[in-house]
Each structure stands twice: as structure tokens, then as C-alpha cells.
Design a protein around this ligand. Structure first.
Ligand code: ATP
Ligand code: MG
Length: 561
């Protein structure tokens, strides 16, 4: 990611001002995923911002930390830790040595909690959840004080110690910050900052049975790591006063002054992004896994054949604002198309093969013809492919009774075999049901690279693969996972919006022979049919597998007109 590509936004302006005023030498940011799922494209937006800002100030010593926010033993799973790291690296970002675990500083949160109690700023509340909830009040009614609010400091200290020692059952007591039960901000009405949980923690086992709440742990993690600018999504805006309260009242390291700002989440049409729904789709087998190429996860997009650069370009292009918005998924697909158009080599593959016999070539005829490796990059030159008497063409490149503007093959019509001769269709063979099983044509000699003789109009060029040398392949055509522009973000009803045609598997495709040898994750354009990638896991020379990343054009735009 280079600086020129990065647009200025209110977050970057804010940081630039802080640096100019000398408040910080360089920004220290962090990306704080909870290891409870795979990263999705929304996370990619946050990653591009957090790491992007740090890269822009790298000369001044800026860094972006990767922090696993693993303070909740009931929800997390280390399964996700490796994938998160792999995905961030794949996007092209690097945390260097700055990898942190929120669970490494349980002692520090505890010390801060004790400090608050000693200063009369926190108390142990032994009421149950329901009672606490009822006393919270609502937006118009102020809350009411807990009967424990004014208990003596010593008593809270002793009871907090008892919580830690496992003397209470889960839910039997909590630690609450003593702020203001009448605050217009609900988050400031004596929020719970510690609770009891007896689930073992993946890092600390059963050492602890009290755990800090997110709103308490997060600012302290930031302070402990000397984060300067803590960037998060809009839903945390109302939590900012609490964030600042914690920073102000806790014994954080000298010189550490983290500040929080919020930007709007990325939402995309035809996509669900909530981890919870993504997880249901995986668990119910609606997709093949977190890395199913239809998933909005980073590993899914990678497997689909989206280049990392395209994902980053898209995230940067969407920009950072404070307005909730839904971005058209076509923008993401266009970023993919644009990147692959420039960088993907061209190949020929026939997805639904129909045999074409060039009747005026001798049996056993073989001839090398040349086609451009990538017309966008002339310096790459040409590649050679072998033309034989029998070739495969697409079934829909031939019609017995074509409509008027049909530019492909039909009886009597002339087309060019891409890179080869112009040919004229002379005959076809059909089965008992009228299905065409073979097409016959004659080549027009001397027409490679030049026009046919006067009087013959060559309508267009079609792609082909030698029947003798072509290799059979599996081709997976992916489409959008949801048919609805704004799928229900609801665990009960989102299934109704799933596109039943989001995957078509073709098992009879034929590809240029060299493609079978391609490494996994080789990107290419199949001429006239789209951009494809060899499957990261399933592709092999014996069983070539190609995934379609995107079509050459936005077919949904046409459909919706
Ligand atoms: P989800 O709501 O999908 O479960 P989350 O916010 O719980 O996601 P975290 O692992 O806590 O997931 O997220 C890590 C970081 O990524 C947070 O700073 C969060 O704000 C950011 N993030 C998550 N989703 C999006 C999104 N859609 N757009 C931008 N940033 C996001
Ligand atoms: Mg979260």
C-alpha cells in the first residue's frame, strides 16, 4: 500500500494534527480481533486503516500492533488465531514483533480494578443480573442506585477478593464502576467491569475465575501497549466516555495516552457480514467452510481468486467516514476485474465442450499458432498453442438457427478460431433429440493473422482447445451467495435470501494442456468466460480445478435493467 493511493479522511486528519502539535511522536495503532471467527472483508477495512496509518508514519517509528482480544473464556477458540495471522499477512500487512494477547495482562486489569475500589470508584454488587438491569432505567428515566453502591471500601475489597477466590457462583457478584446512575449515557450508569466465569481460559487455564468486561479491558490494553490512536467502529462511539473515564482513573503507565475514534463499518450489498451468521452457514453446511469461495471472509475471497491487492484497493477506495452506508458489491467485483485484467495471463478453456472437426485439414494435422499472453502487457509476448483437426468449442458458440446479430458459428457462417484460421461452417451432426453433437467446418487457408478474401465476412473470434491435447478439468462457477440486495441480518430468516444458484460445478471442461501444470492459486483469464484461479487446495495436474473469481462483465447489472 503506497501513500499516494490512500485518501485523506477525518481519522488521518485528526492523527496528523496530533503529530503536528507534538502530542505523539508517531501514531501507534492496533488491530484487535477477537479470536472467535475468521476475518471478513469488514475486518479488512479496519486492517487497511490501522496498518495503513502506521505505514504512512513508518519513518517516524509508527507501528500497528496485532492484539488478540481474548479476555472472554466462554467464546473464544484458538483455532482462529492462525487464520487471522495468515489473512493479515496475505493482505500485505505486518505487525513485526508487535503481537499481543489481551489475556497476558490479567494482573494489570486486576490491579486497576483494586485501585478503583480503593479510590471509592468501584464496588462489588451482589445483586443478580435482573435486579441490576431493572435499576438501570432507560433513556428517559434515570437509573436507581444499587443498595451496594455505598458499601464501605474495605467490604468491596474483601468481596472482590472473594470473587477472585471462587467464593461466589457465576452471576453471584460483579464489580461495577461507580460513575453516575443518572447519566444520559447508559454506558456510564455504573457499568459492570468484572464478572465471574468458571470456564477455563485457553491461555491462563483456571488461574482466574473473574474476567474484565470489554469496556474495561480495551482501554487498559491500549494504555498498556502505549497505543496513541485507537480506531474502532461506530457502535463504540457511545462507549468513548467510559473509555476515557477508565484511562483517567486507572494507574496506567506514565506517558501512555490512548484516544479512541470511531468510523462506520463496512457493509456490502448481497452480503452478510456478522460472524454469527457466517458461523451458522458453516455449521449448517450451507457453504463448504469458512473459506468457501462464496464467503465474504478473507480466506474465502482468496480461494475465490480475488487478489489481495484488489481487496485492499477496494477497502481504501470505499474510504473512512462516519456515515453508515452500504457499498455496492459490484465495486468489489470491479476492483477484482480491474486488477486481474492488468495482471492475469490469458488462456483458453472450453467450459461446455462441443466437438468441431476441421474437415479440410489432413488427419493428424498439427500446427502451432500464437496468441498474446496478455494484451495489456505486450512485453510478455505470445504463447504457442497447437491447432489440430479436431478442437473443442463452447456449445453456445454454435447455433443451427441463430438470431440476427449472432456473431458466432452457424451453418454457412464464418468465424475466426482465436489465434488461428477463419473457418466456415459446412455441416453439423445432431442426435435423435436434435441436440448438436458435432460441427463441421473448413478452414480458409492463409487467414492466420489476416482477413479472409473479399466477399467473406468473418463475424468474430471464438476460443477453442485442441481435442488431442486439451486436458479435462473441473470448473466451479461461483455467483453471489445471496439473491437479495440487503439480505436479512437475522439468524432466523437470512436463509430465505440465499441464492440457490450460487455454485455451478462443470466437470467436463477442457483447458489448454499447460494449465494442468499451473501451481495452486494461479490467476488467469479464460478468454471470453471470466477470471479464474486454480483452487488453492483441490487443484492438481491429475485433477485440475478452477474457480471463477468474476465474469468479464457485471452480469447482474444487465439482469437488473
Ligand atoms: P462481528 O460483528 O462481525 O462479529 P466484531 O466487531 O465482533 O465483528 P472483532 O474481532 O471484535 O469482530 O473485530 C476486530 C476489529 O475489526 C474491530 O476493531 C472492529 O471494529 C473491526 N470490524 C469488525 N467488523 C467490521 C466492519 N464490518 N467494518 C469495519 N471494521 C470492522
Ligand atoms: Mg467484537
Amino acid at each position: 500500500m503506497t501513500n499516494e493511493e490512500t485518501k485523506k479522511d477525518f481519522i488521518r486528519d485528526w492523527i496528523a494534527k496530533d503529530i503536528a502539535k507534538g502530542h505523539y511522536k508517531a501514531p501507534i495503532t492496533r488491530f484487535p480481533p477477537e479470536p472467535n471467527g475468521y476475518l471478513h472483508i469488514g475486518h479488512a477495512k479496519a486492517i487497511c486503516l490501522d496498518f495503513g496509518v502506521a505505514n504512512e508514519y513508518a519513518q517516524q517509528g509508527a507501528v500497528c500492533h496485532l492484539r488478540f482480544d481474548d479476555t472472554n473464556p466462554c467464546k473464544e477458540d484458538v483455532e482462529f488465531v492462525n487464520s487471522i495471522q495468515e489473512d493479515i499477512k496475505w493482505l500485505g500487512f505486518d505487525w513485526g514483533e508487535h503481537l499481543y494477547w489481551a489475556s497476558d495482562i490479567f494482573d494489570f486489569y486486576y490491579e486497576c480494578a483494586v485501585h478503583l475500589i480503593k479510590n471509592g470508584l468501584a464496588y462489588v454488587d451482589e445483586q443478580d443480573r435482573e435486579a441490576i438491569r431493572q435499576q438501570r432505567g432507560d433513556l428517559i428515566t434515570p437509573g436507581t442506585n444499587s443498595p451496594y453502591r455505598d458499601r464501605p471500601i474495605e467490604e468491596s475489597l474483601a468481596q472482590f477478593e472473594a470473587m477472585k477466590a471462587g467464593k461466589f457462583p457465576e452471576g453471584g457478584a460483579v464489580l461495577r464502576a461507580k460513575i453516575d446512575m443518572a447519566s444520559s449515557n447508559m454506558n456510564m450508569r455504573d457499568p459492570v467491569i468484572y464478572r465471574i466465569c468458571y470456564d477455563p481460559h485457553h491461555n491462563t487455564g483456571t488461574t482466574w475465575c473473574i474476567y474484565p468486561m470489554y469496556d474495561f479491558a480495551h482501554p487498559l490494553e491500549d494504555a498498556h501497549e502505549f497505543i496513541s490512536h485507537s480506531l474502532c467502529t461506530l457502535e463504540f462511539e457511545d462507549h468513548r466516555p467510559l473509555y476515557e473515564w477508565v484511562i483517567e482513573h486507572c494507574p496506567i503507565p506514565a506517558g501512555s495516552r490512548p484516544q479512541q475514534r470511531e468510523f462506520s463499518r463496512l457493509n456490502i450489498t448481497y452480503t452478510v457480514m456478522s460472524k454469527r451468521l457466517l458461523r451458522s452457514m458453516v455449521e449448517e453446511g450451507l457453504v463448504s467452510g469458512w473459506d468457501d469461495p462464496r464467503m465474504p471472509t478473507i480466506c474465502g475471497m482468496r480461494r475465490r481468486g480475488y487478489p489481495a491487492k484488489a481487496v485492499v484497493d477496494f477497502c481504501v477506495g470505499v474510504g473512512i467516514t462516519k456515515f453508515p452506508a452500504i457499498t455496492d458489491v459490484a465495486r468489489l467485483e470491479n476492483a477484482v476485474r480491474s486488477e486481474l485484467n492488468t495482471h492475469a495471463e490469458r488462456r483458453m478453456a472450453v467450459l461446455n465442450p462441443l466437438k468441431l472437426v476441421l474437415t479440410n485439414l489432413p488427419d493428424g494435422h498439427e500446427e502451432e499458432v500464437e496468441v498474446a499472453i496478455n494484451p495489456e502487457k505486450e512485453e510478455l509476448g505470445n504463447r504457442k498453442i497447437t491447432l489440430t483437426k479436431e478442437v473443442w468449442i463452447e456449445q453456445d458458440d454454435f447455433m443451427v438457427e441463430p438470431p440476427k446479430k449472432y456473431k458466432r458459428l452457424s451453418p454457412g457462417a464464418c468465424v475466426r478460431l482465436r489465434g488461428g484460421y477463419c473457418i466456415v461452417c459446412t455441416d453439423y451432426v445432431a442426435d435423435a433429440d436434435g441436440k448438436v453433437t458435432e460441427v463441421h467446418a473448413e478452414i480458409l487457408p492463409g487467414t492466420i493473422g489476416t482477413n479472409p478474401p473479399e466477399g467473406i465476412r468473418c463475424k468474430g473470434a471464438i476460443h477453442w482447445v485442441s481435442a488431442k491435447y486439451g486436458v479435462k478439468a473441473e470448473v466451479r462457477l461461483y455467483d453471489r451467495l445471496f439473491k437479495n440486495e440487503t439480505p436479512a441480518n437475522d439468524p432466523e430468516t437470512f436463509r430465505d435470501d440465499i441464492n440457490p444458484d450460487s455454485l455451478t460445478v462443470l466437470t467436463n471442461a477442457v483447458v489448454e494442456p499447460a494449465l494442468a501444470q499451473a501451481a495452486p492459486e494461479f490467476h488467469c483469464q479464460f478468454e471470453r468466460t471470466g477470471y479464474f484461479v486454480t483452487d488453492r487446495y483441490d487443484h492438481s495436474p491429475e485433477h485440475p480445478v478452477f474457480n471463477r473469481a468474476v465474469g468479464l462483465r457485471d452480469s447482474w447489472a444487465k439482469m437488473n435493467k
